[in-house]
Design a protein around this ligand. Structure first.
Ligand code: NAD
Length: 434
């Protein structure tokens, strides 16, 4: 199949590479000329585990190409995947649809022959109707079906999730479009459920799923707080809860709050849709508020450990919103850092992959280091804010020798608390017996 992916970001690039690996002819199209030039020169623009190998293979054998030209990329496509951003509107926090609208209007002029236009971006309910109307307005003769094909990949596992999807949701109103999608996902038909629903249901499934997962994280974070006051251990509690198949074991890990490009914006967008439609979505609104409070609370817990020191130095490990990605968008780590910076502290920071993205946001507000131990050296407190595997193998004894004061705020629960205490550390962690 000839596929054009519009938007070559954290979703579009792994998706394009994945479909090329399955034997399709893929063009990844983006308006960002620098991004396309970088990709054309054989370099990746994002970090994703397993992406590089497939990217190199499929660019070399010509199965995937990169372009900024709609006129070159659209006419021959059997399927167009729209994967542009839908960031939060700065004031209302609803999904900002300007990139979707621009992509729909531009692609409409170049459609040739029957084409399926699939919206992969996370979009409000009834966006399919809007895209269809834009295409009809711009090109009344276009022969196309607009469908909803939401993306569920997890950053850091994008390639794994592409080849092992839990489910494929297809919101398509015509048989013709469903047949194209059935052919596209034929390699997955024995290992994944393909669910055909209406376009509106498909669009809603994406938001309803992300809002539910965000609530689950906020819930386990609240339970972790409760464990700290009750003597229970959050891991024992989560294990006991997760054995109930109605609850499920995943997403029951406490942390410094959810972040990333999806959960914060999708919960806000869903809350906005509820308000707009006159529906009470107070569970989601409470989740959003709780998650905001959590980051302030995390910053305060760290600051409390250095309140007696003038201009203390805080070593921060991790700025990506989670391990396995260089994505810092809405990262709890960065938000916690920004809150702490208002309190006259020095911050030494290290992240294995996210330093370029972090520098673009924090500029010269912190000191950047080249390793975890360099960040830790001379610090009054060590704060672990991202769950990189690399941090789990750090040597506590060496950390103690490097630090000015043996204090750890372990908000990813990577260290053995007993071992740390035996070595003389003061350690704060989440929801565990100390
Ligand atoms: P991104 O910002 O990484 O990438 C979007 C790309 O679209 C950018 O490269 C941008 O230049 C390009 N673009 C914008 N307007 C364009 C246009 N008119 N024509 C061509 N290209 C254009 O965003 P992302 O993280 O890949 O997310 C894309 C969508 O997928 C969003 O709706 C997001 O909510 C959804 N989603 C993201 C994830 C995730 O983990 N990041 C997971 C599931 C769904």
């Amino acid at each position: 199949m000839r596929i054009t992916v519009i938007g070559t970001g954290y979703v579009g690039l792994p998706t394009g590479v994945g479909f090329a690996e399955l034997g399709n002819d893929v063009i990844c199209l983006d308006v960002d000329e620098n991004k396309i030039k970088t990709l054309q020169s054989g370099k990746l623009t994002i970090f994703e585990d397993g992406l590089e190998e497939l990217f190199v293979k499929n660019t070399k054998n010509g199965k995937i190409k990169f372009s900024t030209s709609f006129s070159e990329s659209i006419p021959d496509a059997d399927l167009i995947l729209i994967a542009v951003g839908t960031p939060p509107h700065p004031i209302t926090k609803e999904a900002d649809m300007r990139y979707i609208k621009a992509a729909a209007a531009e692609l409409a002029h170049h459609l040739k022959g029957y084409t399926v236009v699939a919206v992969k971006s996370t979009v409000p309910v009834n966006t399919g109707n809007m895209v269809e109307n834009i295409i009809r307005r711009e090109n009344p003769n276009a022969d196309c079906d607009v469908i909803s094909l939401p993306e569920f990949l997890r950053e850091g596992f994008a390639i794994h999730d592409f080849f092992n999807p839990d489910r494929i949701i297809v919101g398509a109103n015509t048989e013709r479009a469903r047949n194209v999608i059935a052919e596209l996902y034929a390699p997955f038909k024995d290992k994944s459920t393909i669910l055909y629903v209406s376009r509106q249901s498909s669009e809603t499934i994406k938001y309803a799923s992300n809002a539910f997962l965000a609530m689950k994280i906020q819930y386990i974070n609240e339970m972790a707080d409760f464990c700290e006051t009750s003597g229970a251990d959050i891991y024992e509690v989560a294990k006991g809860m997760g054995l109930d198949s109605r609850i499920g074991a995943k997403f029951l890990v406490p942390g410094p709050g959810y972040g990333g490009f999806c959960f914060p914006k999708d919960t806000n967008a869903m809350a906005y849709m509820g308000k707009f439609n006159g529906v009470d979505l107070s569970l989601i609104e409470t989740t959003i508020k709780g998650n905001e409070r959590r980051k302030i609370n995390m910053a305060k817990r760290i600051l409390d450990m250095v309140e007696d020191i003038k201009n203390p130095t805080i070593a921060v490990l991790g700025s990506a919103f989670k391990g396995g990605t260089d994505d810092c968008r809405e990262s709890p780590a960065l938000q916690i850092i920004e809150i702490m910076l208002a309190h006259e502290v020095n911050i030494k920071l290290y992240d294995p992959e996210a330093m370029p993205n972090t520098k673009a946001i924090l500029k010269d507000m912190v000191t950047y280091t080249n390793s975890a131990y360099e960040a830790i050296s001379g610090a009054d407190v060590l704060a672990v804010l991202t769950d990189w595997d690399e941090f789990k193998s750090l040597d506590l004894l060496k950390i103690k020798q490097l630090m000015k004061r043996p204090q750890i705020a372990d908000f990813r629960n990577i260290f053995d608390c007993k071992k740390a205490k035996d070595l003389g550390f003061e350690i704060k962690s989440l929801g565990r017996k100390l």
